[in-house]
Structures are given as structure tokens and as C-alpha cells.
Design a protein around this ligand. Structure first.
Ligand code: NAP
Ligand code: F7E
Length: 351
């Protein structure tokens, strides 16, 4: 039986990765940080699985990290998914973001070396945010980002991710560690945190339909993101650790859509059409069926620097790992809206 440690087990991806690994008959150790409130909501269904163990640890504390690794020196795979992962929050808490998202990775890598665990395989959750404003252009004029596109980070989060990314490469080269970094583009699903824009939209749209929320307030409607389906992206992480040679891989759909389109598509799933009126911060989204204003702009959600366009080329992952995305943008929105709508419906029916 293979063994894996997942740092960041309680997050969206941690919860999907543990599902995948348990299905593949792994024994999984999930590391969760101390919290005064319950942070295990996404992993409740695996807590009693005999092949799963939850241990407490914090990646900003190198003693905590090495203490955990010491217990499992023969572990096969280590996944670092732990992060302060909200880009907007990273402008308000840059030091904390650095400690968790940047230095936390180094704490794991150096512990692996110090404990002579170079036989294990390591995954680092790198991010398309590292590209920032940078992209390349195909001959046909299409813009894209791949493993060779330069990084131009636009937030404290992206800077911390770049540091962790380069640390992963360094430990691969310096110590021969099987360390891979997945440069994952945005990936979503019903388990996504509600402060990320996709989930914020699908929750709001569902609540608006049941009359428990009036308005969805957002920031930049025109930012473009390459949104994929989280469980498929976790399969990509696992695949990176199964190939002989460690490397860096972009995982993306190759399609990009604006926040505005995500909102339109979400209402469309529930049979509603949005009409846009006004410009800039005065722009409003109106329901065509009733004339109700349901979307407005709140500058509080603007970021000091914004990443305007993300669109990934995952050809390398397709060739080397046999990884391709299956869930389309329309299907992703439908999965998320349906899940949130059904939750609201259940609550409504209980009343
Ligand atoms: P997420 O939902 O925000 O989960 C982050 C996880 O890190 C949570 O389990 C969180 O614990 C944990 N964590 C935070 N600080 C910690 C600390 N000091 N010590 C130990 N654990 C800590 O993020 P996600 O969407 O699952 O993403 C997983 C990873 O992929 C992250 O590193 C993220 O930056 C990266 N990434 C995500 C995307 C995406 O689109 N989702 C794209 C590219 C890269 P709590 O539950 O206690 O907060
Ligand atoms: O924003 C815009 C916002 O916070 C997407 C993280 O998982 O993916 C994620 O980072 C876009 C941005 O994700 C609101 O300005 C408009 O342009 O959902 P998000 P993100 O910043 O792209 C990357 C790959 C990661 O690595 C990160 O960990 O939507 N936007 N209005 C808004 N964003 C939010 N959150 N809330 C709004 O109201």
C-alpha cells in the first residue's frame, strides 16, 4: 500500500485529492492546522476511513513539519497544497501569505533533505498567478501561457508562489529530489471556498432565485480566467508523481472566459437572462424577466494590481502525463449552480 501525506487537506483540492488517493488504495495522512473552530467540513466523509489519518500541524512552523515527517520517513508521496490562497487577501496580509505560501514550502523541502527522505516524491501546488501580466503569442495570434512563459507576479500571493516554485526546482536539481510543480490554472467546483469569484457567484445566483439574497456585488467583471474542474486537476497532480522524471507542468483547459460570462452563464442555467446597463463602477446587471437589479460593482473587490488574462496551454501534460481536461466551461458552471441551487432548495423546503 502506498502512503501519502497531504498538507492542506482541509482545502478544496486536499479534499478531492484524498478522495482520489483513497480510491487508489493509498494510506493517507492529512495535515490540518489548529483552529478554534471546526475546519474539517470538506473531509468529514473520510474521517472514519481506516486508511485515513488526520494529524495536526502548521507549515509555517518548521518544528511541526519535521516532527510530522519524522513519524513517516518512509512515506511515498508528499503533496504541498497548504497556502493562504486568496489573491485579494494577500494584499492585506502579505507577511502571513509569505510565511505560509512561500516559506512553508521551504520548511517541507528542507525537512525532507535533513531527514534523509530523498526517496519520496514531492508535489508543489504552483499557480498560474505566477504569470501575472505575462503571456506569449502563437503564430495564429492566440495568447497563452505555458511552462516557458516568464513569470511576472502581480500580488504578494504570486510572489510567494514563485519563491516556492523556484525552491522546488532548486531541491530537484541540487539534491535529486523527485519534486514536481504543477502550474495549475483556476479550478473550481462545489467545494470551492465561497470568497472565490465562481463560488461567490453560484451561491448568490441560487440565493437570489429563492429570494434570500437581493444583490451580487463584485469587482472586475472583465478579468479573464481559464476555469477548470477541480477533481480533474487533482488527478493531474497525482499523475506528475507517477512519471519517472520530475518536472513542471501547466494544467489548464486552454479556454478563457470573463467574470461577466460566468455570471451570465450561471443565471442561464436557471433559465434567466441578464441585461447589462451603465458603465464602469455604475454598471448593473438586470434580470430580463423581472427588471430586478441583481448585480452591481463594489470597488472594495478591486485589487491594487489585477491579472487581466489567464489562458493555459497544457500540451506538455497531455504528451508526458496523458492528462486532458474533460469538463467544459458550460458543464462546470452547471455543476456548481446545480449544487448550490439544490442546497438552497433543501433549506427552503425544510422551512
Ligand atoms: P484552499 O481551499 O484555500 O486550501 C488551502 C489549504 O491550506 C487549507 O487546507 C488551509 O487550511 C491550509 N493552510 C493554510 N495555512 C496553513 C498553515 N499555516 N499550515 C497548514 N495548512 C495551512 O486552496 P485550494 O483551492 O484547495 O488550493 C490548493 C493549493 O493549490 C493552494 O496551495 C493554492 O494556492 C494552489 N492553487 C489553487 C488553485 C485553484 O484554482 N484552486 C490554482 C492554482 C494553485 P484551513 O482549512 O485551516 O484554512
Ligand atoms: O478571482 C475577479 C478577481 O479570487 C478571479 C486562487 O485559487 O486562482 C485563484 O485566484 C477573478 C479576479 O481567483 C470578484 O479580481 C471580480 O480577476 O476567484 P478569484 P484568482 O484571484 O484568480 C489562482 C490560479 C490561484 O492560484 C489562487 O489561489 O475574479 N473578481 N469580482 C473577483 N474575485 C473575487 N474573489 N471576488 C469578487 O467579488
Amino acid at each position: 500500500m502506498d502512503t501519502a501525506i497531504i498538507f492542506g487537506i482541509t482545502g478544496q483540492d486536499g479534499s478531492h485529492l484524498v478522495d482520489l488517493l483513497l480510491k487508489k488504495n493509498y494510506s493517507v495522512i492529512g495535515v490540518s492546522r489548529y483552529s478554534s473552530t471546526d475546519n474539517t467540513g470538506r473531509i468529514k466523509h473520510v474521517l472514519s476511513n481506516e486508511n485515513f489519518k488526520l494529524v495536526q500541524g502548521d507549515i509555517t512552523d518548521v518544528f511541526s513539519v519535521s516532527g510530522i515527517l519524522k513519524e513517516y520517513v518512509h512515506v511515498d508521496e508528499i503533496y504541498n497544497l497548504a497556502a493562504q490562497s486568496h489573491v485579494g487577501v494577500s494584499f492585506k496580509q502579505p507577511g502571513l501569505t509569505w510565511d505560509i505560501t512561500g516559506k512553508g514550502c521551504l520548511n517541507i523541502l528542507q525537512s525532507i533533505v535533513d531527514l534523509d527522505m530523498l526517496g519520496c516524491r514531492f508535489y508543489q501546488a504552483s499557480s498560474s498567478e505566477m504569470f501575472g501580466d505575462s503571456s506569449d503569442i502563437y503564430e495564429n495570434g492566440q495568447r497563452y501561457q505555458n511552462e516557458n512563459t516568464k513569470f511576472l507576479p502581480q500580488s504578494p500571493y504570486a510572489i510567494a508562489k514563485c519563491a516556492a516554485h523556484y525552491a522546488t526546482r532548486l531541491f530537484r536539481e541540487a539534491y535529486g529530489l523527485h519534486a514536481s510543480a504543477g502550474i495549475l490554472f483556476n479550478h473550481e467546483g462545489p467545494r470551492r471556498g465561497e470568497n472565490f469569484v465562481t463560488r461567490k457567484i453560484t451561491v448568490a445566483v441560487s440565493k437570489i432565485m429563492f429570494g434570500v439574497q437581493d444583490l451580487l456585488s463584485v469587482g472586475n467583471l472583465d478579468a479573464k480566467r481559464d476555469w477548470g474542474y477541480a477533481p480533474e486537476y487533482c488527478e493531474g497532480m497525482w499523475k506528475m508523481l507517477q512519471v519517472e522524471k520530475p518536472d513542471d507542468y501547466v494544467i489548464a483547459t486552454g479556454e478563457t472566459h470573463t467574470v461577466r460570462e460566468f455570471i451570465e452563464e450561471s443565471f442561464d442555467v436557471l433559465g434567466e437572462e441578464i441585461i447589462w446597463e451603465g458603465e464602469g463602477i455604475d454598471e448593473k446587471g438586470i434580470l430580463k424577466s423581472s427588471g430586478q437589479m441583481v448585480v452591481n460593482i463594489n470597488p472594495r473587490y478591486f485589487r491594487p494590481t489585477e491579472v487581466e488574462l489567464l489562458i493555459g496551454d497544457a500540451s506538455k501534460a497531455k504528451t508526458n502525463l496523458g492528462w486532458t481536461p474533460k469538463v467544459t466551461f458550460k458543464e462546470l458552471v452547471k455543476i456548481m449552480v446545480t449544487a448550490d441551487y439544490n442546497k438552497q432548495k433543501e433549506r427552503h423546503e425544510k422551512k
